[in-house]
Write a protein that binds this ligand. Structure first.
Ligand code: BG6
Length: 483
């Protein structure tokens, strides 16, 4: 269903995220009939572009990032007609605010969204300018792109700064992993299936792995990435969000605050790591030259062109101090330039001592495939039909959601962009969640900054450094690909 009429203003509208994700996402929602004809998408950035020039860039972006089969000239034209451009530095109080005001004219009663996709240290200034220019209407919301800061203190400053001009209910902190259908699926799988719900605790679960592996290097983003690293870029936000959904208690309802209350309790219950513990609970590494996607690729430092201690691989062993999860390790890892692109949750169940069968002493494993090939698989033991004794043989119950439901899996941004118009915050992060997540990763950041743990290396195209294997081997466990 179409959302109500809206004006959407993007700060950072010439950036990679806008071109790669936001514009294609709007286009797809237009195809789905969810964008009303009167909607306006107003890009702003410092570049002095005309509207026509901006529309030209948008067209290129659609050509590149929308599937050919979904590109229809008439629809593309209609989409480009919704696009406007204002050359404006949002952080500058003396910027061309009159131009932005002019393009918002007549939109006072519509839903209004400001999407901040600039450097996060500018968020406060942009919010302040929007306030000073009286552009914040009662139906205005602001979307904050990640990262919210680089540590707890800077996150607090950003939250305070934006919070001065917007109420918490108007602030939509985006974490696109929450917009992924399969991350929302974790809630359905857990709470709508008694078979899974009954075993979702330390009594049955041995350990949990949460992986986001990528094959790409740092691409054109080395400037940002080198100041960030895998821990800040992926784990502090996306993977801790996934962890909180996997581990939360049943929320009182599916309302935004009920779900977020349940999630934040998990983040707050993460056992604190101390700087001394970090070397035994976390691994950082950088890729060196190797082979990826069938071609030779250079190492991170070569790509970067200078020395750096920034990790392109991070793995952390977490524990959650609640009765449900007592003693269950959660291994979280994310990296660039691994063997293949996959984001998944792996639940390894405890072995049952059946004492009956001659062999087949494997743990059951449930894999929730966040992407690609969205779906779920569960290993089971069956009787080996090739033998006359009661030997067991492993088989897999496997469902791929795409072919099963016969739907295209939408990009996470599609849903989230319009949820901000709807004023529906369940898939956005509340302030206390951001701060709890920073608080937990902070000792790791500090310990790494003080060089208390080595920067390991791994070959591009591999599954990461030996030290990451050792992290699990110490507990008698193994990463999914080695199971
Ligand atoms: C972003 C990170 O938040 O997520 C990128 O900044 C990363 O470095 C991306 O590539 C991964 O998203 P996805 O949806 O492809 O797993």
């Amino acid at each position: 269903n179409a959302v109500e009429p809206f004006d959407y203003v993007i700060f950072g509208a010439t950036g990679d995220l806008t071109m790669r994700k936001l514009l294609p996402a709007f286009y797809y929602r237009m195809l789905a009939g969810q964008v009303p004809d009167s909607a306006r998408i107003i890009g702003t950035a410092r570049s002095p572009l005309s509207r026509t020039e901006y529309q030209g860039r948008a067209r290129e972006a659609l050509d590149k990032f929308v599937a050919k089969a979904d590109l229809d000239e008439a629809r593309v034209e209609a989409f480009l007609n919704m696009l406007y451009y204002v050359s404006l530095n949002g952080a500058d109080p003396e910027g061309k605010w009159a131009d932005l005001k002019a393009s918002l004219a007549g939109g006072e009663g519509k839903a209004r969204v400001f999407y901040f996709s600039t450097a996060p240290n500018l968020y406060r200034a942009v919010a302040e300018n929007l306030h000073a220019q009286e552009l914040i209407t009662p139906k205005t919301r602001v979307v904050l792109e990640k990262p919210i800061g680089i540590d707890q203190e800077s996150a607090r400053e950003i939250n305070d700064g934006v919070g001065r001009y917007f109420q918490e209910g108007q602030i939509f902190r985006i974490d696109h992993y929450l917009g992924k259908e399969t991350v929302q699926d974790i809630i359905a799988l857990r709470f709508a299936n008694p078979v899974l719900n009954a075993v979702w605790s330390a009594e049955y679960i041995d350990y949990v792995q949460i992986t986001a592996a990528e094959t790409v290097g740092v691409e054109g983003r080395a400037g940002y990435y080198d100041g960030s690293g895998a821990l800040r870029d992926m784990i502090q936000n996306h993977l801790l969000q996934v962890l909180s959904v996997v581990a939360m208690e049943k929320p009182a309802s599916l309302d935004a605050d009920a779900v977020r209350d349940a999630k934040v309790k998990v983040l707050q219950a993460l056992k604190p790591l101390t700087a001394e513990m970090v070397k035994d609970h976390a691994v950082r590494a950088q890729y060196v030259a190797g082979e990826s996607g069938g071609k030779e690729v250079p190492g991170y430092l070569t790509e970067l062109g200078h020395e750096s201690g920034t990790e392109t691989f991070a793995a952390v062993r977490a524990e959650i101090a609640t009765p449900r999860w007592a003693g269950v390790p959660f291994y979280i890892r994310s990296a660039k330039r691994l063997t293949r692109k996959v984001s998944e949750v792996v639940i390894a169940f405890k072995k049952t001592d059946h004492g009956l069968f001659p062999e087949g002493d494997r743990p059951q494993v449930l894999v929730i495939r966040i992407q690609p090939d969205e779906g779920v698989s569960l290993s089971i033991e069956a009787k080996d039909p090739s033998r006359d004794d009661m030997a067991l043989r492993e088989a897999t119950l496997d469902v791929s959601f795409g072919p099963t439901f016969k739907v295209r899996y939408p990009d996470a941004y599609e849903r989230l962009l319009l949820d901000a118009v709807r004023g529906y915050p369940v898939l956005f992060i509340r302030r206390d969640e951001v701060e709890a997540a920073w608080s937990w990763v902070e000792p790791v950041l500090e310990s790494w900054k003080a060089n208390k743990a080595p920067v390991e290396t791994y070959k591009a195209g591999s599954w990461g450094p030996e030290a990451a294997k050792a992290l699990l081997a110490r507990d008698g466990h193994a990463w999914h690909e080695d199971m």
